[in-house]
Structures are given as structure tokens and as C-alpha cells.
Design a protein around this ligand. Structure first.
Ligand SMILES: Nc1ncnc2c1ncn2[C@@H]1O[C@H](COP(=O)(O)OP(=O)(O)OP(=O)(O)O)[C@@H](O)[C@H]1O
Ligand SMILES: [Mg+2]
Length: 254
């Protein structure tokens, strides 16, 4: 592995035990502190790719190397996976509880991250009392409690309205500037990918092959005015055209 890579996928192929072929000949290297957006049609294998990087799945072919140890890995799953009987604070602090962190510290960390995701007043609520977007925010906060070196985001903001999503995108870049984690960020939104990512992986349909890796030259700092800029809109247009080519002809682009 190149010394400065945080994750390296080498010639990865993956078939599920039932024979479903999902990933084929993937070569990806993430640099430390880099945010990589992953775009590709529904069902192509994006969530599978994240599970593989997390070590929850093993490749059928090739090798995956990851710098971040398991206990510094944050995973925001596509499905928020909350414990139904536990309140917001306890759901956020779950990874700390599993590691035996003392209750007072768990409370403090949960309250901090709940505030960062706009749930500071909702610590006592249980999952059935939350909206879909609020559940996703709990899941987001939970990923940060482990002081992550690497975070895997699986469409974390898909359930949010555009304004809230934009706000969270900006907040995410602020967090990243403070903490320097590496991230893979799966999304179906090209504008979200262009706003957030340093590079974009464009995957083909099933089995997912790497169609393109695009450097994102959008200048920093990126903030709410960035989306109005011509360079941003041109970038979104270019990437949308590339992603459209990955879709079956009878399926319109999102
Ligand atoms: N445990 C499994 N066993 C067999 N096939 C599976 C399993 N999990 C996922 N698949 C299949 O692998 C393919 C890729 O699934 P995956 O969830 O990675 O797609 P995705 O790109 O994340 O899709 P979406 O954008 O809809 O979330 C799908 O065809 C899915 O049916
Ligand atoms: Mg998925």
C-alpha cells in the first residue's frame, strides 16, 4: 500500500454466496483526509462497497487494506438501525457503551453530538417519536462519537429536504476541516457529491465497475454561495452527463 493511502482496494471482485455478482475489478485508493463521493445506479453495489471497506464483508477476489482500526471507524448506514427501546442519547452513545465507556462521559458526548446535528432538545425521545430525517441524524451523530479516522456515509441525507440537506453538507465540511477524517460518501445527488467531495467515483451498473474517477477542482472554501457559482453548476452538469450514461435507457436520471 502506498504509504499515504487511508484505504486501498486492489482488484476487488465480490459475489454474494447466492452467486449475485456485485463488484468487479475495482481499484480505489483513498488519501488520508480525502472525501470520496460514490455515485452509481441503484443496486449497483455502493452499499456493498462500504460494507467491504468496513470489513463486514470479505472480497471474493483482490485485497482491501485500511489504515483506520475498527474502533476508529464510523458508519452511517443507509438504514439508521436504531434500538427501538433506547432514547436518542442512548442510541447516539451506543458505540461508547459497547466499549464500556462510563455513563457520565457517554451522556456528555451524546449531548455534544446531538447538538451538532440539531437534536439537542430531543435527547429523551425514542425512535418511534422521530421523523425519518431525525432518525438519520441520530445515526449520523453516532458515527462521530468514536472520534473516527474513517467514516462511511451511505446516503445519510437522502430523507432530508433540500434546505436541510444543504445545511448538513456545509456542517459536514466544517466538521471535516476540524478533524481531518477520511470518508466515502454514497449519494444519488450529483450536486451533493460535487459540493462535498475531493474526488468522485462513478460506478457502472451491476456488477459495479469503476467507470471514472474524477478530481473535483471546485475551489475551497465551499459554502452556501458555492452552489450559485458558475463553476459549481458546470461541474454538476458535466458529472450528471457522466452518471446518466450509467443508467439503463428506460430509467430517467434522478
Ligand atoms: N446479502 C446479499 N445477498 C445477495 N445479494 C445481495 C445481498 N445484499 C445485496 N445484494 C444485491 O447486491 C446488489 C447491490 O446491492 P447494494 O445494496 O450494494 O446496492 P446499492 O448500490 O447500495 O443500491 P441503492 O442505491 O439502491 O442503495 C443488489 O442487486 C442486491 O440485491
Ligand atoms: Mg445502498
Amino acid at each position: 500500500m502506498a504509504e499515504d493511502s487511508a484505504v486501498r482496494l486492489h482488484n476487488i471482485g465480490l459475489s454474494y454466496p447466492d452467486g449475485t455478482r456485485v463488484l468487479e475489478n475495482l481499484q480505489v485508493e483513498a488519501r488520508p483526509g480525502e472525501m470520496i463521493a460514490v455515485l452509481g445506479p441503484s443496486g449497483c453495489g455502493k452499499s456493498t462497497l462500504l460494507r467491504l471497506v468496513a470489513g463486514l464483508l470479505s472480497p471474493t477476489e483482490g485485497t482491501m487494506r485500511r489504515e483506520a482500526p475498527e474502533d476508529r471507524l464510523g458508519f452511517v448506514f443507509q438504514d439508521p438501525n436504531l434500538l427501538p427501546w433506547a432514547n436518542v442519547a442512548d442510541n447516539i452513545a451506543l458505540p461508547l457503551r459497547l466499549r464500556g465507556v462510563a455513563k457520565a462521559t457517554r451522556r456528555e458526548v451524546a449531548a455534544h453530538w446531538a447538538r451538532r446535528v440539531g437534536l439537542g432538545r430531543d435527547l429523551h425521545l425514542r425512535p418511534h417519536q422521530l421523523s425519518g430525517g431525525m432518525r438519520m441524524r441520530v445515526s449520523l451523530a453516532r458515527a462521530f462519537t468514536v472520534d473516527p479516522e474513517l467514516i462511511l456515509f451511505d446516503e445519510p441525507f437522502a430523507a432530508l429536504d433540500t434546505f436541510t440537506r444543504n445545511h448538513f453538507n456545509e456542517e459536514l465540511l466544517r466538521l471535516k476541516a476540524q478533524a481531518h477524517w477520511t470518508a466515502f460518501f454514497v449519494t444519488h445527488s450529483v450536486s451533493e457529491a460535487v459540493f462535498l467531495a475531493d474526488r468522485l467515483l462513478i460506478l457502472s451498473g451491476k456488477p459495479a465497475r469503476l467507470l471514472d474517477v474524477v478530481e473535483n477542482p471546485l475551489p475551497a472554501p465551499r459554502n452556501h454561495t458555492t452552489r450559485e457559482s458558475l463553476v459549481f453548476q458546470q461541474r454538476v452538469g458535466d458529472i450528471t452527463a457522466m452518471v446518466e450514461k450509467t443508467l439503463p435507457h428506460d430509467e430517467p436520471a434522478a
